[in-house]
Design a protein around this ligand. Sequence first.
Ligand SMILES: [Zn+2]
Length: 291
Amino acid sequence: MFNYSLQIMVLAVAVSLTAPPVAAQKVKEPKALNADWSKPYKPFRIAGNLFYVGTYDLACYLITTTKGNILINTGLAASNAQIQSNIETLGFRFADTRILLNTQAHYDHMGAMFAIKKKTGAQLMVDEKDAVVMENGGSSDYALGGHGSTFKSVTPDRLLHDGDTIQLGNMQLVMLHHPGHTKGSCSFLFTVSDEQHSYKVLIANMPTIVTEKSFADIISYPEIAGDYAKTLKEMKNIRFDIWLASHASQFKLNDKHQPGDAYNPAAFIDPAGYDAAISNLQKEYDEKLLH
Ligand SMILES: [Zn+2]
């Protein structure tokens, strides 16, 4: 009896030594319904040291500085190679990516974050309110969560708060906390320059509503209605020259630019388009409150 249990014990110790300490994360990216999300798109210079390196609809932005580059958003998991080749096509080194930013922790902007962080060694800086959902691969998201991880978990290197500055070389970006779409959705405001002009740029996370539920029923995010209201109010008062967004369709990239077009930052000066988009979202929000 003693020998038998000792044998079991020895076996158990041996198994625990060889077994991996933590079960590998299972990631199940939802099947993308929109083919535009993965369709390749020719990278181009938007304005000064700001470049478009995303897919046809999932916008990714590269900001070059005197000390390496900043990449905002990463598309779906499979877009990893496309983003790298877009950066290299423009003549930049992927390995020079120093800082990774994200406008919202949904899989369509986070899919390739883990892979890109690993390959470049860049520092990931995120809105503190999205930190938890980034670490569990989206499984705790109040709207898209509950089905396990939809993107590979990443651990942020720095947590950002409303109004914080991200500094790299000669560039400074201000993070604007714009919650609602996710708890830590955010936008970025910064100035880029070319030989003639400077442009104040807003990369806006548009506060679209993703949940079918009534706000009152979202118990894991009791502040949701107030967060959307505050975000909409703040977004109406931002001053900028150029606005862009997390999805190309949100700022009508394809009306403003055709692949191969000459450099033309003026194409992205569209305050009326921004105001119209925000006022549509305000209407959606107001209607949502009635249900
Ligand atoms: Zn989203």
